[in-house]
Design a protein around this ligand. Structure first.
Ligand SMILES: [Zn+2]
Length: 639
């Protein structure tokens, strides 16, 4: 974090959301570093962004930036920088590629010379003027939670993908004025400037960049928790039930606030929902979140649970990552990658808690919780990359791997969301076991919040282990060395035993007979009438005997093949049987003989064990909020 290291971001951050009077302040803030650099006395400055959208159908957002300072000696040249990424989405996205029509002028409109100095920096020859302005336009035609979209229906943008910052002034406050077409309204987590329409104040650029903006004829579903206003802002129609959505999201908010100690760490909270035919994705922010959801996905229970899971995940982030901050994640360097080994905590444990919260809020049953955990275990065990990459490596390389997956990713990577969630579950049960049910991972999260965020500190991997060990009351070095920094197979049963559960993988140890099925070891997909090999699992029969990702399969045993046909024929085979596959590899036709392997293929299940001690029963109950061995638990699997 070389650029922002010296900045007092965290104190400012905390102040802005704890202080209700912040909105009453004017826009002036000191710019000490700049003034000191120029040998001038401290002086106030005003940074104002105006975002206009005069022709929404062209997808062009017009930005004007005005900088106004008091008397004093100011630099003759200044640099404006467009961020290359936006926090929460760990990939270089090069937002500057959408910038056009850059211009600079003095207050009278007389042009000032300027020059690009690298891909995302503009140097303006201000000649030492105290007041000057810049305008540019940004093409906005991509609706994801980390990009910008403007069309005749609505506008949504991330300020990091739209607004440039003056070099060295990330601490400066600014005003954001939105000129939206009538009758659109504007929603953002930034506090409004009283008396000025669609005008908002950001205490510094980290807060500005952490506050996406929606402008449209959105619907609003408001509710309060502990007297604090929350609103669900919905752009787009869908088959949701507003009352059910309000009630369920409120339950999630209440359960998470209680888990984190009862204090509400924001002045207000905004859920921005975009409902579209086929969309997804969600991104966390300080006191808001943006979630893209399938507009007709609210009637199916499974799909609705997925939506609530996204809500619970993003909302939990307001603590875990937005305030409980991994070492490198704030203050941010917006010009390059910000590396951390802790995304497995920031994302994975957030995913774990999303499920825990849905359970505690009564929105899923313990059967559904355990089925989802069992399915996650199976997913990891079916990923060869689990033996190649550990949780810290997955976090560190998110920038070049997680967001840039290819056909080999399953063999070389793990997903820090999935593995992190599993580690969260195992760590939670380990702490409960070691502390004899006295403490849990909840205590770790609360301690990180109290001991790090509230004291203005970020935490390191060593801090996280230490706080976990304090909760457990014993060393967890073996756990962290083997499962977090190492690549060893996870011992699910040792953790599950703490809550009188065990994992049934359908193997010889399970209650049923082992089901070993014939196995090829490749994922296939029908694409435009062709059967294509999408990926081949390392160590599988397909991998060892020469099938490649990208191969087109024409025939199995000389019979025309599509995916259903191949699946059905392999289903009839036994481990050790051979098949022939006629393939095109690029333009060349050939035939591969492959001897099928065998794999236990039953769905994993988490089931109760007999002879539970009182302590184990208690741990189960405090963990999942239900009594052990309730009829539903052994009734089977769903969700
Ligand atoms: Zn997340």
């Amino acid at each position: 974090m070389p650029v922002g290291k010296k900045e007092k971001y965290r104190c400012k951050l905390k102040g802005s959301f704890l202080s209700a009077t912040a909105v009453l302040f004017l826009v002036f803030a000191n710019a000490p570093s700049l003034a000191a650099q120029a040998g001038a006395p401290k002086s106030a400055q005003e940074i104002t962004f105006t975002v206009a959208m005069p022709k929404p159908h062209t997808h062009m957002l017009d930005v004007e930036l005005r900088i106004k300072r008091g008397a004093g000696e100011w630099p003759k040249q200044e640099i404006l920088i467009m961020p290359v990424w936006t926090p929460g989405s760990y990939m270089i996205r090069e937002f500057a590629r959408h910038v056009q029509d850059f211009a600079a002028s003095d207050v009278s409109g007389k042009p000032l010379p300027w020059e690009k100095t690298n891909k995302n920096s503009w140097r303006v020859d201000t000649g030492g003027l105290a007041e000057w302005r810049v305008s540019y336009r940004v093409y906005a035609n991509e609706l994801t939670v980390r990009t910008n979209e403007l069309n005749t229906e609505h506008a949504f943008w991330n300020n990091a993908a739209l607004l440039m910052y003056p070099d060295g002034q990330l601490n400066a406050s600014s005003i954001l004025r939105v000129l939206a077409p009538e009758p659109w309204r504007v929603a953002t987590g930034l506090p409004p400037v009283p008396g000025q329409k669609n005008t908002f104040r950001a205490e510094n650029f980290d807060i500005l960049y952490d506050s996406p903006v929606e402008a449209s004829n959105f619907k609003t579903i408001p509710f309060e928790v502990k007297g604090v206003p929350h609103r669900i802002v919905i752009d787009g129609d869908g088959n949701y039930d507003p009352e059910r959505m309000r009630a369920d999201i409120k339950k999630i908010v209440e359960a998470e606030i209680e888990l984190m100690g009862g204090e509400v760490p924001y002045r207000d909270y905004t859920f921005i929902l975009h409902l579209r035919g086929n969309t997804g994705g969600a991104l966390e922010h300080l006191n808001s979140t943006a979630i893209n959801a399938s507009r007709f996905g609210f009637r199916s229970e499974a799909s609705y649970r997925g939506f609530l899971d996204a809500v619970a995940h993003e909302f939990f982030h307001l603590w875990n990552v937005k305030r409980i901050r991994p070492d490198a994640l704030g203050p941010f360097d917006y010009t390059k990658e910000n590396y951390t080994k802790l995304l497995w905590v920031a994302e994975g444990i957030t995913s774990y808690y999303a499920n825990i919260i849905l359970r505690r809020a009564g929105l899923i049953s313990e059967t559904e919780f355990l089925a989802s955990a069992a399915s996650a275990f199976q997913g990891l065990q079916n990923t060869p990359g689990r033996l190649v990459m550990n949780a810290e490596e997955a976090s560190f390389d998110a920038w070049i791997k997680y967001y840039r997956q290819d056909e080999n990713s399953v063999n070389s990577q793990i997903d820090y969301y999935d593995k992190g969630a599993i580690l969260g579950l195992l760590l939670d049960l380990e702490i409960r076991k070691q502390s004899k049910g006295a403490r849990s991972l909840d205590d770790v999260m609360r301690a990180l919040y109290g001991e790090f965020f509230k004291k203005g500190r970020n935490y390191t991997p060593a801090d996280f282990q230490k706080v976990s060990e304090t909760a457990a009351g014993t060393s967890l070095e073996t756990f962290f060395a083997k499962y977090v920094r190492g690549r060893e197979e996870l011992e699910y049963n040792s953790a599950l035993a703490a809550a009188v559960l065990r994992l049934d993988t359908g193997g010889p140890a399970g209650p049923g007979k082992p089901v070993e099925k014939a196995w090829l070891g490749a994922d296939l997909a029908d694409e435009n009438g062709r059967l294509i090999v999408k990926r081949v699992y390392a160590g599988s029969p397909a991998y060892e005997q020469g099938l490649n990702a990208g191969d087109q399969i024409l025939a199995l045993n000389n019979m025309r093949a599509d995916r259903a046909f191949v699946d059905a024929r392999i289903e009839e085979k036994r481990p050790g049987d051979a098949i022939s596959l006629t393939i095109f590899r690029f333009d060349d036709l050939s035939t591969l003989l492959i001897r099928l392997g065998g794999r236990l293929d039953a769905p994993y299940r988490i089931i109760p064990v007999d002879n539970a001690t009182e302590e184990q029963k208690q741990i189960y109950k405090s963990w999942l909020g239900a009594s052990l061995l309730s009829p539903r638990l052994s009734a089977g699997q769903d969700g």
